[in-house]
Design a protein around this ligand. Structure first.
Ligand code: ATP
Ligand code: ATP
Ligand code: MG
Ligand code: MG
Lengths: 251, 251
């Protein structure tokens, strides 16, 4: 199962979801691969890897056609590997423009990996650029984190338009698989309103696990650790653990 | 003074800063223009404008060379006008690739406007794409909002690299003017640590006004109003008002 975690709105919890959901699935014995397709390399550092010391990266996978097995590395977590990002990825959008089949460069190397991994998560950049399109085309389903705030709700229409176009021209199998509500603040009516609107927009496709706003989640990356290893009893950790169980039940 | 509000990290408060800083400057009698250069059009809707009903937009300014005076519209706030964004802007990155002087398309129409506006703020998208580069090249100074969290700090190096390249090849006058600390949570040591690191990274260039995390700020956009008109006594409003005074003192 290749899952692109995408939303062009910035700061909605894409990277936090990729890191923590994949960690809890790996702890449940699933073999998981993370692809960091964001030039910011936050998923790479959030899993404790120094992006400056990386030999091969997602850049090599997409631009140099380096085989997947030569780009992936281990993390500190059993069953969890990553193709790290690298600063060179900033240039990928422009470089891709003149490539043949420029939108499917990431899909090719991932196509035959279902024997090796139970889950592949792609952390997408906050845009609808060629790199972001590549990341969405490579997945067979899209998980959309939506922060429980107004602007994040506003951007959903644009994302749906883009997915429709990808489905029509590039990957007929693609679909918005599930929506995840993030940074939910139970003390505000804004969170409740956004959550209601999202549920009415995506009936039956919103995870019942809701990720609360939790300081521990924003502290964990500064230690290069997923929440399961930084603050396993925190409400953010419990919510991502519940989410992993929900995903396993959907397998 | 043309100020690009930029940071490729998503969700750090770029749009919130553009909307609220420009509103308080306009209330102090300064003539202000906002350029919404983000395809998400959050600055447009945050100032109460329906992006679907917009006749001309930043897209026309950059791609169709429509004169500035034919693209800007009034907001509900005296002294504050905006060039709104539009969904077409999503395609601008790809369209720009083959244009002559593709990086300076936004700078041209803004060059001779210092008689008409005291401040022009450009709300940049969360990326380092051609559209984001255009937005940075168009400014004569860059204001960098940095959320007081780990990932936002991590991305500063990449932004500095890009600004160096812009300065060398496209706009020798460009500089990182000031850094603004946003979403500061006084209850966490993470915010204090990030603030300390940012101050040591940019000695003398961090605004003394610090924007606290405040629910009122995230509620205001759902009413299409700046904080000054939604919750003028809130701590977020007071912080942005202080920031406007600080900016006026630097004029
Ligand atoms: N549930 C949460 N509670 C509190 N903070 C959170 C939560 N989820 C994420 N964060 C923090 O909010 C910020 C944004 O999250 P994150 O970087 O995961 O979003 P993103 O969508 O990947 O951003 P980008 O668009 O830049 O890639 C980060 O500093 C992160 O640590
Ligand atoms: N000081 C604050 N306190 C609480 N919420 C805030 C604050 N500043 C901004 N927000 C909220 O956080 C979210 C991100 O802010 P905003 O959209 O302004 O960031 P941005 O950098 O423009 O994002 P993008 O990278 O997507 O353009 C929004 O929902 C906004 O309402
Ligand atoms: Mg991210
Ligand atoms: Mg914005």
């Amino acid at each position: 199962m290749i899952i692109s975690v995408a939303n062009q709105k910035g700061g909605v919890g894409k990277t936090t979801t990729v890191i923590n959901l994949s960690t809890y699935l790996a702890r449940e014995g699933r073999r998981v691969l993370v692809i960091d397709a964001d030039p910011q390399a936050n998923a790479t550092s959030g899993l404790g890897i120094d992006k400056h010391k990386v030999a091969k990266s997602t850049y090599d996978l997409i631009i140099n056609e380096t085989p997947l097995k030569d780009t992936l590395i281990n993390t500190d977590i059993d069953n969890l590997q990553i193709v790290p990002s690298h600063i060179d990825l900033v240039a990928a959008d422009l470089e891709l423009v003149s490539f043949i089949s420029r939108e499917t460069r990431l899909r090719e190397p991932l196509k035959d990996e279902s024997n090796n991994f139970d889950f592949i998560f792609i952390d997408c950049p906050p845009s609808l650029s060629l790199l972001a399109i590549n990341s969405m085309v490579a997945g067979d389903r899209i998980l959309v984190p939506i922060q429980c705030e107004y602007y994040a709700l506003e951007g959903v229409g644009q994302l749906l338009n883009t997915v429709k176009r990808i489905k029509k021209y590039l990957n007929p199998a693609i679909e918005i698989w599930r929506v995840l509500l993030t940074m939910y603040n139970h003390r505000t009516s804004l969170s409740r309103q956004v959550a209601e609107e999202v549920k009415s927009y995506f009936p039956g496709r919103v995870f019942s696990s809701i990720i609360p706003r939790s300081v521990r989640l924003s502290e964990a990356p500064s230690f290069g650790k997923p929440i399961a290893y930084y603050a396993p009893e925190s409400k953010g950790a419990i919510a991502y653990q519940q989410l992993a169980r929900e995903v396993i039940n959907l397998e």
